[in-house]
Write a protein that binds this ligand. Structure first.
Ligand SMILES: [Zn+2]
Length: 211
């Protein structure tokens, strides 16, 4: 028999954690989901949205991809996974908050500076996906030229979050809801090595610790 990965964890979930949340799960099945927020995070295995927000099943509608990216609104017949999830969260689930959460040591943000080296058909989608970060890279390089002492990767990770918020506003429904105050957009930055989460403060134009 093929070894099933995580078998001990699955048993533990069923016997302990499922039991602890059984009433909640049943309620979520009967009433359906009504998440508080859409969380757009990186696929990085070190980022666990429910863990870092201490949220419960049903609280977060989560979209994850390489680099917590939001492709700009593009209504064509391609298969836009991230856009479809965003659309569903905003128009059907009516979430009131969207969090774009970047993080420290993000592989995608580093790869932006190396993707010219990526060759071969097996990375065709990755290479194309990284193009979403071209404007971020351009802005960071121009800042870096003037301030060579800054941490270029950290700046990239943070500027990247702001670009994705900008891209969210290219979705007509999001723009409309933000303008009539029924939807709020948040930029977060999670620091893996300290467990801290910073939020983007538009008044100071800085990322500041939440707690
Ligand atoms: Zn990442």
């Amino acid at each position: 028999m093929k070894t099933i990965p995580f078998i001990e964890g699955i048993k533990e979930f069923k016997n302990i954690h499922f039991k602890e949340n059984e009433i909640l799960f049943k309620e979520l099945v009967e009433k359906g989901e009504n998440p508080k927020a859409l969380f757009i995070g990186c696929s990085d295995s070190r980022i666990i949205p429910a863990l870092i927000t201490n949220s419960k099943p049903g609280d977060l509608f989560v979209v994850r991809n390489i680099g917590n990216m939001v492709p700009p609104f593009k209504p064509d017949d391609d298969f836009h996974g991230t856009a479809a999830a965003i659309e569903y969260a905003v128009s059907v689930l009516n979430v009131e908050d969207i969090i774009v959460c970047g993080h420290s040591k993000c592989g995608m943000c580093r790869a932006l500076y190396e993707h010219d080296k990526i060759t071969g058909i097996e990375l065709i989608h990755v290479k194309n996906w990284l193009k979403l970060g071209d404007d971020v890279k351009e802005q960071v390089l121009s800042i870096y030229k003037e301030n060579p002492d800054i941490d270029m990767y950290e700046l990239t990770e943070k500027v990247n979050v702001l670009y994705q918020i900008k891209n969210l506003l290219t979705y007509p429904k999001i723009k409309e809801k933000v303008e009539n105050n029924s939807l709020r957009l948040h930029g977060w930055y999670y620091i893996i090595e300290t467990g801290e989460i910073e939020f983007y403060n538009s008044e100071t134009n800085k990322f500041e610790p939440i707690v």
